[in-house]
Design a protein. Structure first.
Length: 415
């Protein structure tokens, strides 16, 4: 399918494609930028191109359902995207496609057309100097990462994103309020945006991290002494080892996988942007992240308001976020808190896994995983979701410790 992306002189983005004999147009809306006419600051052309490409890729990912494909997963995209730096993007076309193919499990064929629209106005009106940029998702790991950076007296610019779901923005707002009060920050230290499309047929949205990270990287120009983009995530979930054969490949997310970060950092370097994406917790389990947090007292009183669930859209009658309690991220969270504290104050729909079918199914899955883990060679096991060529011993160790952390929790919870 041929997909044409468009940007007009007011930076309005749209996607044109054909279904049967019908030509469809979908508008992409973002709160990250202002029109050129009212912008207080502007981005250079390569940063503007990054925003265009990341926004279009994410929108395309959401528009086209995987259910319409032969294997129920892999889509084939032929996409034309307008850019200002035509020659530079053509040189890096294959590297960009390699990043996207690995991340989403689709086949991307991207061509570029040349436009003169650049110098996009952004939401950022500050002049403050920062040491680092940090992603703030509303999750437990990113919250711990934020606390650690602030305890080190780093000046941090935080970026958050939310879509149409109800379960993402409340924890982001809560974390922001806690950090502002505790560390004497101000509102401009937290940048927040949303990006929406007219059509949302696909829920897997594997390219969300590419969109999120690329938006953060564009902030480099406005906080130009920053050389690091921090993405705090525990090492076990970053590896995201498939628990069953059906989860091999991009069926298990690759949002913070080491190989994906390697590809992204190569792309950013080739584009001439002096910033590196880093995960400081790539060799820590989630439980270890909690126990080594640099402000344990603050974490103990607030962690329950963060969200880990893969479907965090459930809201209780008293407006609290409800975790499902049985998805993989929920179980990793429960296991981490079990290592950290004797009491878990998180709200779950399924408190005890063996009382609900979904929970029992997950227990059975982990039992199979435990047997496979014991029978397999760990170095081969951690390669199932993507190739790793560096720090192999450290990744093997975090895989083993993360597995033990979860299995210890499951054993204690089913006695």
């Amino acid at each position: 399918m041929k997909i044409i992306c468009n940007v007009d002189l007011l930076y309005k983005k749209s996607i044109t494609y054909k279904v049967g004999d019908e030509i469809k147009v979908n508008v992409v809306k973002s709160t990250f930028h202002k029109s050129n006419q009212i912008a207080s600051q502007t981005l250079g052309s390569i940063q503007s191109d990054l925003l265009n490409i990341a926004s279009f890729i994410f929108a395309i990912d959401k528009i086209f359902s995987r259910l319409d494909t032969i294997d129920g997963w892999t889509r084939n995209f032929e996409v034309e995207i307008p850019v200002s730096n035509y020659d530079k993007w053509n040189i890096n076309k294959k590297l960009l496609e390699k990043c996207l193919n690995f991340l989403s499990g689709d086949k991307w064929d991207i061509t570029f057309s040349k436009i003169n629209v650049s110098n996009i106005g952004t939401i950022i009106p500050f002049e403050k100097k920062y040491d680092e940029i940090c992603m703030l998702s509303g999750g437990l790991d990113s919250y711990i990462g934020a606390i650690n950076l602030l305890e080190e007296n780093k000046k941090v610019l935080f970026l958050s994103y939310h879509g149409k779901g109800k379960g993402t923005k409340p924890p982001q707002d809560y974390i922001k309020s806690v950090l502002i009060e505790k560390y004497n920050l101000d509102d401009n230290d937290f940048q927040h945006f949303s990006l929406t499309t007219d059509v949302n047929e696909e829920q897997s949205t594997r390219t969300r991290s590419f969109m999120f990270f690329m938006h953060a990287i564009t902030l480099k120009q406005l906080a130009n002494n920053v050389t690091k983009l921090i993405v705090p995530e525990n090492g076990f979930i970053s590896l995201n080892i498939p628990l069953t054969y059906s989860r091999i490949g991009s069926n298990s997310t690759r949002t913070t996988h080491p190989y994906y970060f390697k590809l992204l950092n190569n792309l950013i370097k080739e584009l001439g942007i002096d910033i590196k994406i880093e995960n400081p917790n790539r060799f820590d389990t989630k439980g270890e992240m909690m126990k080594s947090c640099k402000n344990i007292k603050l974490l103990e009183s607030t962690y329950h308001k963060t969200v880990s669930c893969s479907n965090p859209s459930r809201i209780s009658a008293d407006k609290e976020i409800l975790h499902c309690g049985h998805c993989l991220p929920c179980i990793v969270r429960k296991a981490a808190i079990n290592k950290f504290s004797s009491i878990d104050n998180t709200r779950y729909l399924v408190e005890h896994l063996n009382t609900k079918k979904a929970g029992r199914d997950m227990i059975n899955t982990f039992n199979i995983f435990r047997i496979e883990k014991e029978q397999s060679i760990p170095i081969l096991k951690i390669q199932e979701n993507g190739p790793i060529s560096e720090s192999m011993n450290e990744y093997v160790d975090v895989f083993k410790r993360g597995s033990d952390e979860i299995l210890e929790f499951l054993l204690s919870s089913t006695r």
